[in-house]
Design a protein around this ligand. Structure first.
Ligand code: ADP
Ligand code: MG
Length: 573
């Protein structure tokens, strides 16, 4: 593997590359840079997101810029304003030691006058979204007759967004001899068309398998009923106390709703989508980049190509129809050699989609049970305790306050203080999960036929016989087919419930069983089984005759029950 120096990069750029902390060229850079520093004019480069495509075209473009001639020589087109700013920023970073080079981002939604002024003063590299550039061309302020290279970044997304005609129009203002570079994470059919229409015998560079997902991303999914999706989202987020991630939604409306709900429920979340004003989008992106925002809820278009460092998780609030979109979403995490996790909340009917995506990205998904309240509380507690251990103490600042604090807390033992600090942070979370119903996974079984049997049976039993007095009858989703008989079930119950429970009458059916326990221990029994698994299967224990948990009703109750967390409760996030 060659070093940046051996690739022929000039000293001014090498210095910047060093300062950016790039030690080795990334594969797409090793491949693309020599071509572009040489005579190759047309390149198609396909590489996963986060593989360093910007510098792959940025470095040679900067190096080949004739800074003595202040006219636009390179035009970089990209789909969104955020990306436009990001690319221009990256190029500025790479060219800080290149004297006199001018790079201008040109995008809609901000003052056209200041962009016109900058263009009139003269620039070498224009980074633009198509719409605004066309505006400027029409006003006669952006003259492109000296453009030697056009870059289409996130080409597939530009085509998805319907920019094909705009690109046509822009290219008709650029000399025919120009070279063209096309960068994309995926290779849909339409790109082949662009290649035919606009490119001249392009060199094709593919890093990794075409359309393959990033290699250091784990793919996890949770199976949920559609009605439980939002509650499951909250659990997943709670389960990862240090999550810093993007929640992808399908539509602008859904994006806003989910963000609103998360905010209302006390999460550090905000939305990014096309219905927001530019000022709002800027504000949200800044918060997110500065890590003052933990969860960005976004549409695909709004979050496209964004390079935000160290995103730990992306969450698919539902799987996208298109495999490529999944690739793009998961590519927001696991960037630049870091690891990341792509989480999907899916329905039973999405099983086919998972299989399809697995094939496309050449990775397998891990199925995870929705975390139970107990497990979440435990994780959050440990995370908090860990923070107490690691927090930096500003001795000088607090020293003067300590004597009075010590005096006030003198009467408490160390254990009491610890308990109080933890309770202060966690009472609400613990309360919430104590009261919240566990979310049950939808399952293929029992089949419809069995379900019919089940409802008939239980009605029949209810008609026949009341539970013994003082006892309550419970349902459990294991039965004869699982190899259960009354004595096994009795042992099973006593293994799971901490203290010994006198089990009354037991009825083992084909796919489920009913058993009776004294009224006063019902709560304890139900609680002991929450979140328990029998091999792969989640155990469901509930009052006999009670409908399976869930539904809109439940979601409302649940929200009503959840007290608004105090601001401090989420500060540690
Ligand atoms: P892509 O356009 O392929 O999605 P980017 O160009 O946005 O990826 O780069 C992803 C991240 O990798 C950026 O944060 C960038 O600064 C970083 N990066 C680029 N090249 C290198 C390198 N050679 N070594 C280390 N990090 C790099
Ligand atoms: Mg990119």
């Amino acid at each position: 593997m060659k070093t940046f120096e051996e690739l022929g990069i000039m000293p001014q750029i090498l210095k910047a590359v060093n300062e950016l902390g790039f030690q080795q060229p990334m594969p797409v850079q090793s491949e693309v840079i020599p071509h572009l520093l040489g005579d190759t004019r047309d390149i198609i480069a396909l590489a996963q997101t986060g593989t360093g495509k910007t510098a792959a075209f940025g470095i040679p473009i900067i190096q080949k810029t004739d800074t003595t001639n202040r006219v636009p020589q390179t035009l970089i087109l990209c789909p969104t304003r955020e990306l436009c700013l990001q690319i221009a920023g990256d190029l500025s970073d790479l060219s800080v030691y290149v004297e006199g080079i001018k790079i201008l981002p040109v995008y809609g939604g901000s003052s056209i006058e200041s962009q016109i002024r900058a263009l009139t003063r003269g620039v070498h590299i224009i980074v633009a979204t198509p719409g605004r550039l066309i505006d400027l061309i029409k006003r006669g302020t952006a003259s492109l007759e000296n453009v030697r290279t056009v870059v289409l970044d996130e080409a597939d997304e530009m085509l998805n967004m319907g920019f094909a005609e705009d690109i046509d129009e822009i290219l008709s203002n650029v000399p025919d001899e120009r070279g063209m570079l096309l960068f994309s994470a995926t290779m849909p059919q339409e790109i082949a068309k662009i290649t035919r229409n606009y490119m001249n015998d392009p060199v094709e560079i593919t890093i990794g398998r075409k359309n393959e997902g990033a290699t250091n991303v784990r793919h996890i999914y949770y199976m949920v009923h559609p009605k439980d999706k939002y509650l499951a989202l909250k659990r997943v987020v709670d389960y990862y106390p240090n999550i810093y991630g993007i929640v992808f939604c399908r539509t602008r409306k859904e994006t806003q709703e989910i963000a609103d709900n998360l905010m209302k429920d006390g999460y550090n979340a905000d939305s990014l989508h096309g219905d927001l004003s530019q000022a709002q989008r800027d504000h949200v992106m800044n918060k997110f980049r500065n890590r003052n925002l933990q969860l960005l809820v976004a549409t695909d278009v709004a979050a496209r190509g964004l390079d935000v460092e160290s995103i730990s998780h992306i969450i698919n609030y539902g799987l996208p129809e298109d495999n490529d979109i999944y690739t793009h979403r998961s590519g927001r995490t696991g960037r630049a050699g870091k690891t990341g996790t792509s989480i999907s909340l899916v329905h039973l009917k999405d099983k086919g989609k998972i299989a399809r995506i697995e094939k496309a990205i050449n990775k397998t998904f891990e199925k995870r049970p929705i975390p139970s309240g107990d497990i979440i509380c435990e994780k959050q507690l440990f995370n908090f305790v860990d923070k107490i251990e690691k927090v930096k103490v500003n001795e000088a600042e607090i020293e003067r306050l300590l004597p009075s604090i010590f005096r006030k807390l003198e009467w408490l033992e160390k254990e009491d203080i610890i308990k109080r600090v933890v309770s202060l942070e966690f009472n609400r979370l613990i309360d919430y999960y104590q009261q919240a119903d566990e979310i049950h996974e939808p399952s293929d079984s029992p089949s419809r036929k069995e379900k019919g049997l089940f409802s008939r049976k239980s009605k029949e039993m209810k008609g026949n016989r009341q539970p013994e007095s003082g006892y309550t009858r419970l349902f459990i989703n294991v039965g004869k087919v699982d190899g259960v008989n009354p004595s096994i079930l009795m042992g099973f119950i006593n293994d799971h419930v901490k203290s010994k429970v006198p089990v009354g009458k037991i009825d083992v059916m084909n796919s489920f069983s009913l058993f009776e326990v004294p009224e006063e221990v019902v709560g304890k029994v139900l609680k002991s089984f929450t979140g328990m698994y029998l091999e792969d299967r989640k155990l469901v224990v509930r009052l006999d005759g009670e409908k399976p948990k869930g539904g809109m009703r439940k979601e409302k109750d649940d929200r009503g029950k959840r007290k608004k967390p105090r601001a401090s409760q989420r500060k540690y996030r």
